[in-house]
Design a protein around this ligand. Structure first.
Ligand code: ADP
Length: 301
């Protein structure tokens, strides 16, 4: 993989998710200062923009300093921002985020949050030494990104790499993307909770289902194993299409006790050719921040 030196990262980054917005000042690849605030998920893009601007001001961002911005949703080739999942930042429908930010704070690179995290993991985390790499985050939803020979796979409409929207052979539920039976609707934290409710355990979120599994409750183990099986199948499919040599898994569900092992067990059911090396994500909650700034550095040359 082409090297991108973490120590060369100096500047600012923002990670705007469905529940929280984080902004950071990064020096030599390390987060030196980090601010966080709750996302107003119902608000329009102008409000989100003002929040970003406010956080950057508090961090001492000066116009022209390197800036990368990662957001939930897709960013198209023009830097416009579109909600993808129903219920997540739904008021954002084709807002020219990059242009609007450029007018206020100077040059910026914008991208999807999981794609940014994938880029950071590829260069500075669990993907180091891998040539064809994918990162999956299993959390409230399932997101991800693909990095081939050091480059993030991106498309004109910003959809490339949204691997949670691939359909699963085990999928039975509607998905916020508008598709049906996707990996996200089968494996994500929300899907785990929905399945628990369907089995008479209303109110149990993914964390509670993991706790029940740890107590040896068979229903909970079956639900988590079902999620892991859907993720393993996706990984084998991606490996077939892209020739992946490593996949890292992150997210609150992905990094929960025993989840990666369950994915490994499910992947072992596939013929050997379709198995890929699995690793836990390494960069934690800073991955999208680091990745967004790294993508800015790449874009700025
Ligand atoms: P985000 O999607 O912003 O990462 P959270 O990390 O709060 O949000 O939670 C996302 C999902 O992960 C939820 O479905 C939640 O139930 C689940 N989750 C959070 N912590 C754990 C845990 N320790 N074990 C299993 N699932 C968890």
């Amino acid at each position: 993989m082409q090297g991108l030196a973490r120590l060369s990262l100096d500047g600012f980054a923002v990670d705007l998710g469905g529940t929280k917005i984080a902004a950071a000042r990064i020096e030599r690849g390390t987060v030196k200062e980090r601010l966080q605030t709750a996302t107003d998920g119902k608000a329009g893009p102008e409000v989100q923009l003002a929040t970003i601007e406010g956080l950057l001001q508090r961090l001492g961002h000066a116009a022209g300093a390197a800036l990368g911005v990662a957001v939930a949703g897709r960013i198209d080739g023009e830097g416009s921002w579109h909600a993808v999942n129903r219920g997540i930042l739904e008021a954002v429908q084709g807002f020219p985020l990059a242009k609007a930010l450029e007018g206020i704070v100077g040059p910026v690179t914008c991208c999807n949050d999981a794609a940014a995290a994938a880029f950071a993991e590829a260069h500075f985390g669990a993907g180091r030494g891998s040539r064809h790499f994918a990162y999956l985050t299993v959390s409230t939803g399932v997101g991800g990104g693909i990095v081939l020979d050091g480059r993030l796979v991106q498309s004109r409409n910003g959809l490339a790499g949204h691997v949670g929207f691939v359909r699963s052979p085990f999928g039975q539920r509607p998905c916020g993307s508008g598709r049906h039976g996707t990996v996200e609707s089968t494996a994500a934290g929300r899907a785990i909770a929905a399945e628990a409710e369907a089995q008479g355990h209303a109110g149990a979120d993914a964390r509670a289902v993991f706790a029940a599994a740890a107590r040896g409750e068979a229903w909970a183990e079956t639900i988590i194993a079902g999620s892991a099986r859907a993720v393993a199948t996706l990984i084998a499919d991606l490996a077939t299409i892209l020739g992946l040599d490593r996949v890292a898994i992150g997210g609150s569900v992905g990094l929960a006790e025993g989840y990666l092992e369950r994915v490994r067990t499910a992947l072992a059911q596939e013929p050997e050719l379709f198995r890929v090396e699995l690793a836990p994500a390494e960069l934690g909650h800073d991955s999208a921040l680091l990745g967004a700034l790294a993508l800015r550095h790449m874009a700025a040359g």
